[in-house]
Design a protein around this ligand. Sequence first.
Ligand code: ADP
Length: 246
Amino acid sequence: MTPAVRLENVTFAYGDQPAVDDVSLTIGRGDFLGLIGPNGSGKTTLLHIMLGLIEPSSGRVELFGEPVDSFERGERIGYVSQGATDRAGTMPVTVREVVTMGRFAHAGHARLSDEDRAAVASAIETVGITDLADRRINRLSGGQRQRAYIARALASEADLLALDEPTVGVDAESRDAFYRLLDELNGAGMTIILIEHDIGVVTDRADHIACINTELFHHGDTESFVESDALEEAYGSSGRVVHHHH
Ligand code: ADP
C-alpha cells in the first residue's frame, strides 16, 4: 500500500535562511507520528510542505501516492493549524455549522443530504460533544473547540489528521481526554501527525517520532527514538527539554 506521506530530499528556505534542509521520510498509513524539535526548528514549515501549503525549493512530496501538487482529494486531510482554537473565538457559528463545513467537500454547494447530516451528527458524537452541537463555538472552552475541529475532519472522512500544537491553552484534564480520543481514532486506522512541544506526551502517545532541527535527526519508532541520542543532538545542550516519565 502506498504510504500516507512521502518526502524525498525536501529543502525549503525563507529568503536565504534554510528552515528545512534535505529531509526524507515516509509516514505509513495508520502511523501516529510525533513531530518534535526545538522552537523554530522547522516543524510547522515541514508540516505545511507535507500538506502542500508550501512548495519546497527542491525535493519531492507525495500524499497517498500522488505528487502533492496534483493531489485533489483535500477532504482526505484534516488539518488543525496552530492557534485555530483561538481564532475560532471570534466566529459566531455553531459547532454543528463548523462540522458541516467539513462535509461541503463531499456535498459541493448542493443541499446537504440526509446522509451528510447523519455524518455530521455522528462525527460530533464520536468526539463527545453532542450536547454542545447547537452552541456557538465562541462560547466553548479550548478543549471543546479542539473537539469540534476534530469532528470537522471526521465529517469529511479524512484519512489523515495533522495537528499543530493542538492543546495549547487547553486544561490538563481536557488535554488527557483529547489524547485518548486521538488514540481511539488512530486505533480505528486514522493516520495522525502531531506537533507537540511536550516530549513526554509525544513519546507516550505516538508510535513513531520524527525529530528535526532544520535537518532530520531521527525518524523511527518511538522506542528507537527514546534509545537514541537524537533528542540531545537536535535540542543541543542549551535545550531545556520537557521530558517526563510516567
Ligand atoms: P517550528 O514550528 O519548529 O517552531 P517554524 O517552521 O515555524 O518552526 O519556523 C522555522 C524557521 O523559519 C524559524 O526560524 C522561523 O523564524 C522561520 N519562519 C517561519 N515562518 C516564516 C515566515 N513566514 N517568514 C520568514 N521566516 C519564517
